[in-house]
Design a protein around this ligand. Sequence first.
Ligand SMILES: [Zn+2]
Length: 386
Amino acid sequence: MADLGGAGEPPNKKIRIERTLFNRVRTLVNSHKNVLSNAIKKLSTDQWVTFCFVRILNCNGAYPCSFSRAWCETIRNIQDPTVDECERFIVKFPSIFNIALVKQFLDFSDETDDSTFSDNQLTALQRLAVFLDTLHETNTIMEKQPIKSFKESGWAAFLGTHVLSKLAVSNQMTIDCGYTDKTTTCPCGCMTPIHVGDNSMGHEAVWHGSVDILLGPVAIVSSCPETLSEVDEERSSAFEMKIGEIEESRNQVIAETIVFSFTQKSGLVPTICVTRDNMKILMYDPEFDLLYESSEIQLFEPLEGLKFNLTTVVALWLAINYSHFCTGVKPSHEKFGYTADFKRIVEKAFPIYNEGMKMGGCKHVKSTIGKYKAPENIGKFPSLDD
Ligand SMILES: [Zn+2]
């Protein structure tokens, strides 16, 4: 028989510590059980947020180009006329994120093995529970802010401070130093310090530039029109949702998603795009060359001012903590084979993406490589006769 006693003190101690964290998180999460179960149920359907696949038909990713000038012509598999209608598949949220595990935690019984949950997953659940505990305060802070007058970067810093970083296991948040307001505290006046740094990535010879927020291993892009006066007067009446804002900056977000994923080299990596009303998750896996794009989801409850939609909060929480909950590309997704075709499109530049990507030190630099120069033609050439 194996010796269970005697020298068994260190493992016992470890189990006791783990159980302490587990029990603490269980207590915290339990008070939000109904809300979370409801959100999980919604995320499991195809009625809330789903993903489709994106194929790149053409892009300027093989040339020295900053994100702000990145363009790509794309098609989604669900709109592709060359794909048979019965094969226009979408991917449900639980196909990429381990929602079953969260459900298992919520439905915990004596038979459930608590070692199923890693410390990071428990910490993530703890962050979510604490965020929900203090949601009322967050809502109050939000309602006092002239959110509509925040510039794009200000909105990113505010949302990052009061929402995104609170949901993240890794709460190391860096706002890009191109951030125009040049402040080191949250723009709402709460005096929370923000870390400002160089969020640039990529390579000068191809797509490169900065993302607004880096939250541990997650890139967050804020996309809000800067000319707000007219748009916002229209919107302020009922905080009416405007679908399509992300669509305008989609080219840039796709470039950022692909570049960021190549820098991370950790499989399926998300880039989250937020506007003042909506969010969208894009995910790219360089190995399988699959680009997933979520539908746009509303940040707030319709007609309830700035009250967060809790299903969106849970989706955002899962995406932010993807390294603990993302299950990666499924064999069925690979088999479906609607690839982004990025490698084929950028051809000779592909090795730069595969081996030469870097984090930091590649802001919008002026590159001389392959720079286009218009020919001098004034007064130099004879003209054709009429
Ligand atoms: Zn603040």
